[in-house]
Design a protein around this ligand. Structure first.
Ligand SMILES: [Ca+2]
Length: 296
C-alpha cells in the first residue's frame, strides 16, 4: 500500500514540475489539475484493489483441549489441530467439522508445531517442530491412523533455515516449507514413498524480503499459497492477515482479519473449497469465506 502512495506522489510531482518547466497556459494547467483530481479519486480504489474481496469470518467451533493451540490442517473429512504442551512436546487432536473430539495423539516430539499439514497421498500429518530460539528444525510425519499415533518419519530441515511453517500441495504431492525472517524463504519439495518410507527432494526456492507480521499459517490453494500472520498493536495482537502469493512467488495482496486475537494455523478443505484458521483466547476454529480472493 505504501509503495502505491509514494509512487503516485512521485508521478504527481513529476507532472507539476514538467508544467512549470515548459510554461504551459492556464487551460492546460486546469486540465492538469483535473487530471490530478481524477488520479486522487482513482488512487485509493487502485491501492485497495487486492483487498476488496468481502471476506467474512465466522466461528466454526470452540476448542477446549488443554495446551497451546498452534497448527491446523484439514483432511479425511476432519479438522486437526496441534497443541504445544511444553518441553518440546506436542499433541495432535482430530475433530469432526462440528468440533467433536475424534482422536488424540499422545504427547509427541513435535516442539512448537507452529503449523501442520495433511498429506492426502498417505493420510499422514506433517508437523514442524521449530521452537523460537532453537537451532534445530525438523518436519515430523505423524501417522494418526495407528492405535497409538506416532511419528513414523523425520526430516532434518535446519539447512533451509529456522522459524518454519509447513504446507502440503495435495494436487502436486509437494511439501512447501517457509523459513527465515527477512527475507522469508519458501522452499518446495517433491514427496515420494509413504509413511516411514517417505523421502523429500528439494525442487526450488522463492524469497520475499518484506516482513509480514508474526508467521502463523501456510496453505497451498490451486496455483497460489496463503500465508497467515499476526500484527501487534498496543502490546497485543491487533489484527491478522491472510496474504496471497502465486506459486512463482509474486505477492498478490492480503485480507485483514479484524479480530484482536492471535491467529494459529491455516487449514484448507480442498474438496469443499473452504478455509479455516485457529484463534487464541478463547481457543477456537474460524472459517474465512470465500477461501480465496477472486482473480484481480
Ligand atoms: Ca495448515
Amino acid at each position: 500500500m505504501a509503495s502505491h502512495r509514494s509512487h503516485t506522489a512521485d508521478r504527481r510531482g513529476a507532472v507539476v514540475q514538467e508544467s512549470a518547466k515548459i510554461g504551459i497556459n492556464r487551460r492546460a494547467r486546469r486540465a492538469a489539475v483535473a487530471l490530478l483530481a481524477l488520479c486522487a479519486l482513482l488512487v485509493p480504489t487502485l491501492a485497495a484493489a487486492p483487498t476488496v474481496a468481502d471476506t467474512t469470518f465466522s466461528q466454526t467451533f470452540r476448542v477446549f483441549q488443554q495446551g497451546n493451540l498452534q497448527g491446523n490442517t484439514h483432511g479425511g473429512g476432519s479438522l486437526w489441530a496441534c497443541f504445544d504442551t511444553g518441553e518440546g512436546l506436542g499433541r495432535i487432536v482430530r475433530y469432526s467439522m462440528t468440533g467433536a473430539v475424534l482422536k488424540r495423539s499422545p504427547e509427541l516430539p513435535l516442539g512448537h508445531c507452529a503449523e501442520i499439514a495433511y498429506r492426502e497421498a498417505d493420510n499422514t500429518i506433517y508437523a514442524v517442530d521449530y521452537v523460537p530460539g532453537g537451532t534445530t528444525a525438523h518436519v515430523r510425519v505423524v501417522d494418526m491412523s495407528l492405535s497409538v499415533p506416532a511419528v513414523v518419519q523425520t526430516f532434518d530441515v535446519a539447512q533451509y533455515g529456522l522459524g518454519q511453517m509447513v504446507a502440503i500441495d495435495n494436487v502436486r504431492d509437494q511439501m512447501l516449507l517457509k523459513t527465515g525472517v527477512a527475507p522469508y524463504r519458501f522452499v518446495f519439495f517433491a514427496l515420494s514413498g509413504s509413511k516411514a518410507e517417505t523421502t523429500i527432494t528439494p525442487l526450488r526456492e522463492l524469497t520475499y524480503k518484506p516482513r509480514l507480521g508474526r508467521p502463523q499459517g501456510l496453505e497451498v490453494v490451486g496455483d497460489e499459497f496463503l500465508f497467515l500472520s499476526s500484527y501487534a498493536g498496543g502490546g497485543a495482537t491487533a489484527y491478522n492477515r491472510i496474504h496471497t502469493f502465486s506459486l512463482q512467488g509474486a505477492y498478490k495482496g492480503y485480507r485483514t482479519i479484524p479480530i484482536a486475537r492471535e491467529s494459529e494455523g491455516l487449514a484448507l478443505d480442498r474438496s469443499a473449497g473452504r478455509l479455516y484458521f485457529g484463534l487464541h483466547s478463547p481457543k477456537a476454529i474460524y472459517e474465512a469465506s470465500p477461501a480465496v480472493l477472486p482473480a484481480a
